[in-house]
Design a protein around this ligand. Sequence first.
Ligand SMILES: [Zn+2]
Length: 469
Amino acid sequence: MCPCQNGDSIPNDPSQMVPVDLSEKPKVNGINGHSNHAQPSAQPQPQPRHNPYAPRASDFLNNVSNFKIIESTLREGEQFANAFFDTKTKIAIAKALDAFGVEYLELTSPAASEQSRLDCEAICKLGLKSKILTHIRCHMDDARIAVETGVDGVDVVIGTSSFLREFSHGKDMAYITKTAIEVINFVKSKGIEVRFSTEDSFRSDLVDLLSIYQTVDKIGVNRVGIADTVGCANPRQVYDLIRTLRSVVSCDIEVHLHNDTGMAIANAYCALEAGATHIDTSVLGIGERVGITPLGGLVACLYAANPEYVKSKYNLPMLREIENLVAEAVEVNVPFMNPITGYCAFTHKAGIHAKAILNNPSTYEILKPEDFGLTRYVSIGHRLTGWNAVKSRVEQLGLKLTDEQVKDATAKIKELADVRTQSMDDVDSLLRVYHSGIQSGELEVGQREALDRLLRKHREERHTEGVTA
Ligand SMILES: [Zn+2]
């Protein structure tokens, strides 16, 4: 729902906006656009543009176009305050994420509860393409339960920050290292993947961190994980830590980034730039407190860097369905400013933007709505509107008006919208009345009083129809 009701608000309902035809080829302004200038015989073709967001060739560690997603809605997401997923919901979410194409699904530890263990087994039996992981404490008891569920891998975690060592499990680094080796060797002996992660990595001692990661890398762990458990890290810190870690281990590197300061997507991007290989996400970012890197936001960010790569890996038009599924399950709305699926993500309002969008959408769009199965809209019934957007609507309605007439009608729309935002129906009525006035000879450009009279007459007729109907 749109919470804003002021005069300049964008209508929430797409039926109140002009959908912009996606099949239209980009027009070059003044050539194939809205100009009355004489057309040159050879029309220049738009050149493919350089993508400034793409990784540079010199960034040899950069994995922005070579990464895997570990989707943790069914583990981290279960820690969201509102979340309770029954078996049926878990299976629906798992299947949807698998169809979307995420490489891994991470599930709650089977040691957490009997139902968690049964659900883990049920999801393993679905035969999904995504590999199934479960997330456990660095403890042999948990590891023994996990490997019996049929998972493809086990994510092991232990706290290494002074806070966790002092106030949580109370273990020293020697004990942590010894247990880690034991658990990793056990999981490996079962022939499945194993990841070792510290918790609260950014507030852990760097020497301790690098030393334990080097140790587990030597015994053949598949991935090491860095976790910004409290969401305190900034992109530069993430880059520096991953870059340092990349130089001391040869295994894959996973990052788990909380969003307490709104940095989770930026931090994930920087982690990939520094050589990380796997990013943890959850749908809508749900998780402990304000959650982690959101799947949709991360996809938007990586699509901007390399659209073809992201399109080749993931079924992007499924994103909205998956977000709605999870939003409903945890009883929240998709946020209005959500990348890609926020209700105004592809709605253009200002007249100057609308004009450029109608000529070539890339002018004001870095994401193509059609790649996500969505539609772009131009909002026109407001005081910031422009005649190019109104002209587009005139054409959609099949009305014949000259540019001068469209500009005249636009001036009237702006005048009315200065009092209140005009609905699509209001705008369409005005354009139809204007058009029939021109056709019948009752109206000419600039005859404001004649237009007002025709509009009044139209309103009265409508009112009478409403009363007699
Ligand atoms: Zn977390």
